[in-house]
Design a protein around this ligand. Structure first.
Ligand code: WTA
Length: 654
């Protein structure tokens, strides 16, 4: 663990208790909170059983709550059966058929309101179309779509028939898409002709064609939703338009009841090696986490308009767009495009127009909008907003205060939610009607979540503000079940220490004197760029795949907006450019990485050197590279360096 992560302690003493106007109508009040915590500590398994029984509809009720006999492989509610799409749709129809489930706004301003009845019909019809193309329970379906309601329809349709979806973020390149399709051996790919973003068309279908040309032998069919209506080639026999696929299909489709442990989806995320991990989630446990946190952390109520700005390509877009709000019977808002089109007031205009009451976004977006000043948000009526949320990385107190004052108008609680792709749902976050917040802290674990900060030996750190490993000490329903196709990696990555007793989150954290958690950063080689996880190795592999690159090392450096920016050190085949500058090549390499992974992975800085600093055992001295990237003094021992001169090159001084 890098000592930077573990030692830096920023002490923030401001506290913001919830206003009584919020507390009075909150779902969870102090007495509920006390009861839930008591129950979870007295009878942990009983606590989860009760939540699962009260929040989900089961086709076959479960008796087995937790099976931990094969730890770290846990099963929850294993003898119960249910259907996730039934829980998100059908079960609301008796009372909410005409309630709006999704409010959609396209980047060009087109809007749609979709009721629960309409959404159920669309999902069922599309599920029938999937069946007609031979998709069955357990088959993998990759979804590569823009932020349009059809993306949610496709996910829900898979869930309805027990197919396992794997959504690939539309910003990922053809190469990344192909790798994910092949790792999952997906039978079908669902995409769109394109999406609107930043005033341009995102060419999704052409990326699919490129991915397929590179070899995706498992794909039998491609379904293409028409969104942008620009000309794209369709391949006879392989590609079908969405509107043709649903033609003549019934809008009734009986849900396929699946075992609670049946995989609901895979979602690929970055780890510390070059290969992304297919995080596998189970149906019952995941949905429980999603619905419970929507109700408790977001206090989602019947008349709320809930807007989580995340793309469905990320876990946040799964849990707080595609599943959680629907399972809770809420109304969610989906926006297709960029926050800056036609101007940077877009988010606030959307909040005003649709009377958004709960707004959930990432610190990187908050910082970017903050930089543009208060006038933009002040021009809009944000009085409908009653609760704010943040996720993805630690939020700096300055951005928190701006969010609180300028967006929350000083009366909205802010829920800073710590969680991961692997945990499926919020883990450490305030219950907004109960917990006083502190700028920059995700506060305390939710009832039923056993989080701790431990030292090297797995002992709980009780000393205030002393950093350590963030771990979860008891299994919980919404946790990942394994890594698709690589169970060994699951065991080694998440349970490597402390005799496999604790789930190792991969973050360092400290607890203050009030027991509040403060996340300090990753302990592995994972970067957090604009709230998105990227493995340094992934970027390095992409760089060395370029014909001119011999070696590359990638580290993060702090960035005002993105949280972390990517700094790449590159050793070229052949000679180093004079003075280490070659702007043409830098541009080419940046674009190359964009093509290999996606634009978010483009290095912000590239520095050329004749060599990389290595230890005697050949390990790259990343700490040293990090020091240099941050413009800090070099604190590592450089005596083992073969060639001290490269230090000057690495620093850009020669
Ligand atoms: C970081 C996103 C501080 C953390 C839901 C974690 C956070 C990683 C927070 C997971 C937060 C997420 N405060 N750090 N509120 N939320 N992180 O899988 O490092 O994309 O391990 O899931 O983001 O990123 P992932």
């Amino acid at each position: 663990m890098s000592s930077n992560n573990i030692d830096s302690a920023l002490i923030e003493n401001r506290q913001f208790p919830p206003a009584s106007e919020f507390t009075d109508r909150a779902r969870i009040k102090q007495a509920d909170f006390d009861r839930l915590h008591q129950q979870a500590s007295d009878d942990y398994v009983g606590f989860w059983a009760e939540q699962a029984r009260s929040m989900l509809d089961w086709q076959t009720p479960f008796n087995d709550v937790l099976d931990d006999s094969k730890a770290p492989h846990f099963k929850w509610f294993a003898d119960g059966t249910l259907n996730v799409s039934y829980n998100c749709l059908d079960r609301h129809l008796a009372s909410k058929a005409d309630k709006t489930a999704i409010i959609f706004e396209g980047e060009k301003g087109d809007t749609r309101h979709i009721t629960y009845q309409q959404l159920t019909d669309e999902v069922s019809q599309f599920a029938n179309a999937l069946k007609a193309k031979g998709i069955e329970k357990g088959d993998r379906v990759v979804i590569y779509m823009p932020m349009i309601p059809e993306a949610v329809v496709a996910m829900q349709a898979c869930a309805r028939i027990g197919a396992i979806h794997s959504v690939v973020f539309g910003g990922f390149s053809a190469e990344s898409l192909r790798d994910r399709i092949n790792d999952a051996s997906a039978k079908m790919l669902i995409t769109a002709d394109g999406g609107n973003r930043g005033g341009k068309i995102v060419e999704l279908k052409s990326a699919c064609d490129k991915a397929m040309a590179g070899g995706c032998p498992s794909i039998e069919h491609v379904i293409v939703c028409q969104r942008t209506q620009h000309d794209i080639p369709m391949q006879e026999g392989r590609d079908t338009w969405w509107h043709d696929a649903i033609k003549g299909q019934s809008s009734e489709c009986a849900p396929v009841w699946v075992e609670s442990e049946h995989p609901l989806f895979l979602l690929y995320t970055s780890g510390s090696t070059g290969k992304p991990k297919g995080i596998q989630h189970a149906s019952g446990g995941y949905l429980l986490g999603a619905v419970m946190t929507n109700l408790w952390v977001f206090d989602l109520q019947d008349n709320d308009i809930f807007w989580c700005t995340a793309d469905v390509g990320w876990i946040t877009g799964h849990t707080y767009v595609a599943y959680g709000p629907l399972a809770a019977g809420g109304t969610l808002l989906m926006y297709e495009g960029a926050p800056t089109v036609p101007d940077a007031g877009r988010f606030w205009r959307i909040c005003e127009t649709h009377r958004v009451s709960i707004f959930y976004t990432a610190p990187t977006a908050i910082r970017a909008l903050m930089k543009l000043g208060d006038d933009l948000p002040n021009n809009y009526d944000l009085s409908s907003i009653r609760l704010l949320g943040t996720v993805g990385e630690p939020i700096n107190p300055e951005a928190w205060m701006w969010y609180h004052k300028v967006i929350g108008r000083e009366h909205c609680p802010i829920v800073d939610t710590w969680w991961q792709t692997e945990t499926g749902a919020n883990m450490i976050a305030p219950l907004p009607g109960v917990i006083a917040t502190k700028p920059g802290s995700c506060t305390i674990p939710l009832p039923g979540i056993a989080a701790d900060v431990v030292d090297e030996n797995g002992n709980s750190i009780t000393e205030a503000n002393k950093g350590g490993y963030l771990v979860i000490t008891k299994p919980f329903p919404s946790m990942l079940r394994t890594i698709w196709g690589d169970d060994q990696r699951y065991v080694e990555t998440y349970w490597p220490k402390f005799d496999g007793k604790y789930y190792l989150a991969g973050d360092s954290a400290r607890r203050d004197a009030d027991g509040y958690f403060w996340i300090m950063g990753r302990i592995d080689d994972v970067l957090n760029v604009s709230g998105h996880r990227l493995g340094t190795m992934e970027v390095e592999s992409a760089l060395v795949a370029h014909e001119r690159v011999a070696e590359a090392a990638v580290v993060g450096r702090p960035d005002d907006i993105k949280g972390e920016a990517i700094f790449a050190y590159v050793v070229l085949r052949g000679t180093r450019p004079p003075d280490g500058i070659d702007e043409e090549l830098t541009k080419e390499l940046r674009n190359w990485v964009g093509e290999q992974i996606g634009p978010i992975a483009k290095p912000d800085n590239i520095r050329y050197a004749d060599n990389l600093p290595k230890t005697r055992s050949g390990k790259i001295m990343r700490r040293l590279l990090r020091n240099i990237a941050c413009g800090e003094d070099i604190t590592s021992d450089t005596s083992t360096l073969e060639n001290e001169d490269i230090l000057l090159q690495l620093q850009g001084k020669s």
